[in-house]
Design a binder for this molecule. Structure first.
Ligand code: GN1
Ligand code: CA
Length: 202
């Protein structure tokens, strides 16, 4: 009888606690980088980027590599972001190289969208005369390359072998929380009820 009661206390109270702790640990591990990429990353706004020069591959192989590392192929949504990436490509001595973005018109054959987010282009920086589906090469994917110190975009056939840029967007809540924690002064911290403040008062 006593054993049964202990068992029911265990299952009703302890199991949910243990499960919750496990879920929270998993979430924290993910945030900390357990599943997040272990590649050298660039940071801008609420995104991190991997400028991939490990191998050249098709648009699909580039996307596969990014996904494998918990990221996605690049999307560029502002002139500031385009400039930031361009400056880093130049800094890394890769100005003559071409990189895949996630830009594509594969879904309907005509609308340029970022496959990483599903959004149509809100900003663009095409080379003059692009996109041109040159020589009917079935150019459905977007590469980017430095021209006059900035990244310009061009449509090319998705099977071309190029380097690529992966990205990961940090969820706004997460990002705001990290920002809040980072900017919190120890002297501003109020302890919740039940905790004893042991700080030496000035
Ligand atoms: C041409 O010269 P290049 O390779 O950067 C073409 C592009 C095509 C690309 C296909 C002005 O670019 O539109 O997508 O070849 N540029 C022009 O290989 O025609
Ligand atoms: Ca083109």
């Amino acid at each position: 009888m006593f054993g049964l009661r202990v068992l029911s206390v265990f299952s009703v109270i302890l199991v949910p606690i243990i499960l919750t702790a496990k879920i929270e640990t998993d979430w924290f591990e993910t945030l900390k980088g357990e599943r997040a990429p272990r590649l050298p990353l660039l940071e801008f706004d609420h995104k991190s980027y991997y400028l991939g020069i490990i191998f050249k591959g098709s648009y699909f192989q580039a996307e596969q590599f990014c996904r494998y590392h918990g990221m996605q192929l690049l999307s560029i949504t502002s002139a500031e972001e385009n400039d930031f990436l361009g400056q880093n490509v130049i800094k890394m001595g890769l100005s003559t190289e071409r990189f895949w973005t996630s830009g594509s018109r594969l879904p309907d054959g005509k609308t340029w969208v970022w496959m990483s987010t599903g959004r149509p282009f809100s900003f663009n920086n095409w080379f003059p005369g692009e996109p041109n589906n040159a020589k009917e090469y079935n150019e459905q994917c977007v590469e980017t390359k430095i021209n006059k110190d900035e990244l310009k975009w061009n449509d090319v056939n998705c099977t071309r072998q190029l380097y690529f840029i992966c990205e990961i967007s940090w969820p706004t809540d997460c990002y705001k929380l990290l920002e809040k924690i980072n900017s919190t002064q120890v002297s501003d911290v109020n302890l919740p009820a039940g905790l004893i403040d042991v700080r030496i008062q000035p």
